[in-house]
Design a protein around this ligand. Structure first.
Ligand SMILES: Nc1ncnc2c1ncn2[C@@H]1O[C@H](COP(=O)(O)OP(=O)(O)O)[C@@H](O)[C@H]1O
Ligand SMILES: [Mg+2]
Length: 413
């Protein structure tokens, strides 16, 4: 799901949702407030002076196709209002919303209905299931109201039910299901219409922590499969850091920072964000891919031992990683000691040139999970992608340096 480590050239970046200068003021004086200096006042002042609520304040962001975009903030910060405006369930006071380049605020009734039925799917916190209908009918509901035939409704609902792991539960009523399972029904319902964009408003907030983590993992897997554009609202920082390709942090209706999880952790935009992230342990948040470095040099499989020795001497290191002809597949770790022995025996590059089982890790692994590897490692850890291609290396000492550095709140004022 973390797209940033895939070959960026493979992913044509395409904007899917684009929000510009979006405002929402609840109340009769909305326009007047927006057109006066009152709009710069705090939410409390505006409420006191006008009785109106400043819910969303001049918000702009864009979401790429296939991106997992998280909107995070405390309760009351405007998240639900914002995500509902994206569906026009709430009318915005001012601003623009473009989806696939189209101005959805200009849509007429029919276009809007099409947009809600085909382009978007929404999952809410409190499931929104019909208690008197079974799982299959609940999931099929979204299709039924779209006038799809009964057979097709059921076939597609069945498929979605299997995708979310509820096979066998088709005929049960929601009351027979646990919270986690009910939420899956909600997700399946959103998936049946195969929407391009999935909007989720605190879908897991009502669940027990354990079930919640499970659902998060499943959503990550699901996203690998279905590759939707997801806009996901949460008030939980750990959830945001775990799921988001990027996170927008909201406070009092404003977006105060947008960034990748690591940016948010390592350079919080202001005190509000800093406070938010302070209790997030860097060991749980920073990833191998985020702290890895590029080595001074790599060895290539066509190089003989003497050329390799030359390279090591040149970079003044006693090890280097060797990669294959396509320059990317990691073959192993070559050490100075082993090289010298080979050269003495006049050998080419046999198996023995390599350190057995050099430690490797994936880019998304968090520092905490590197500790066991680090404890055993004599040399740096190689970061490799799913195909075993070399991405970078991590010096053992840098694991701990990164944790300490990020524990001290940066002072950038
Ligand atoms: N229909 C409404 N009328 C008046 N105020 C509202 C309405 N809906 C939400 N609000 C207010 O707007 C602010 C943002 O609410 P909301 O978007 O629900 O926040 P969040 O989802 O982040 O908890 C809150 O102060 C809330 O009380
Ligand atoms: Mg909300």
């Amino acid at each position: 799901m973390k797209l940033e480590y895939n070959n960026p050239a493979d992913q044509a970046e395409e904007v899917c949702v684009e929000v510009n200068g979006l405002w929402k003021i609840f109340g009769k004086k909305a326009e007047g407030i927006l057109n006066s200096d009152l709009r710069f006042e705090s939410k409390e002042t505006i409420l006191e002076k006008t009785g109106n609520v400043m819910a969303v304040r001049d918000v702009s962001f864009s979401v790429d196709r296939g991106e997992f975009f998280v909107i995070m903030g405390l309760s009351g910060s405007g998240k639900s209002t914002l995500i509902r405006m994206l569906l026009r369930l709430i009318d915005s006071t001012s601003g623009s919303i473009r989806v696939n380049g189209e101005d959805i605020l200009k849509y007429n009734k029919k276009q809007l209905m099409d947009f809600r039925r085909h382009t978007t799917g929404m999952v809410f916190q409190y499931f929104g299931l019909f208690p008197h209908r079974n799982v299959l009918d609940n999931v099929a509901y979204g299709l039924k109201v779209r006038g799809v035939s009964k057979e097709e409704c059921h076939a597609r609902a069945q498929e979605a039910i299997e995708t979310v792991g509820l096979k066998g539960w088709e005929n049960y009523h929601p009351s027979a299901l646990s919270g986690g399972m009910r939420q899956r029904v909600g997700i399946a319902r959103a998936l049946t219409i195969n929407p391009e964009i999935l909007l989720m408003d605190e879908p897991f907030s009502g669940l027990d922590p354990l079930i919640r983590r499970e659902m998060q993992d499943e959503l990550i897997e699901l996203q690998d499969k279905v590759q939707k554009t997801i806009i996901f609202v949460t008030h939980d920082l750990h959830e945001a850091l775990k799921l988001g390709d990027r996170i927008a942090i909201m406070r009092d209706g404003k977006v105060v920072q947008i960034g990748a999880p690591e940016d948010v952790i390592t350079s919080p935009a202001d005190d509000y964000v800093r406070e938010f992230v302070q209790d997030a342990s860097p060991a749980k948040v920073l990833t191998a891919g985020g702290i890895m470095e590029q080595p001074e040099a790599l060895l290539y499989e066509w190089q003989g031992p003497k050329a390799a020795l030359h390279t090591l001497k040149d970079i003044k290191e006693d090890y280097a990683f060797m990669v294959s002809r396509n320059r990317r597949l990691l073959l192993g770790l070559v050490t100075l000691k082993r090289l010298k022995a080979i050269i003495q025996n006049n050998g080419s590059f046999p198996e023995e040139a390599f350190e057995p089982d050099p430690p490797t890790t994936g880019p998304d692994v968090v520092l905490e999970d590197l500790f066991p590897l680090a404890a055993e490692a004599d040399y740096p850890i190689a970061v490799v992608d799913e195909d075993g291609r070399f991405m970078g290396e991590i010096q053992i000492s840098s694991i701990f340096e990164n944790m300490i550095q990020n524990k001290e709140a940066p002072t950038d004022e």
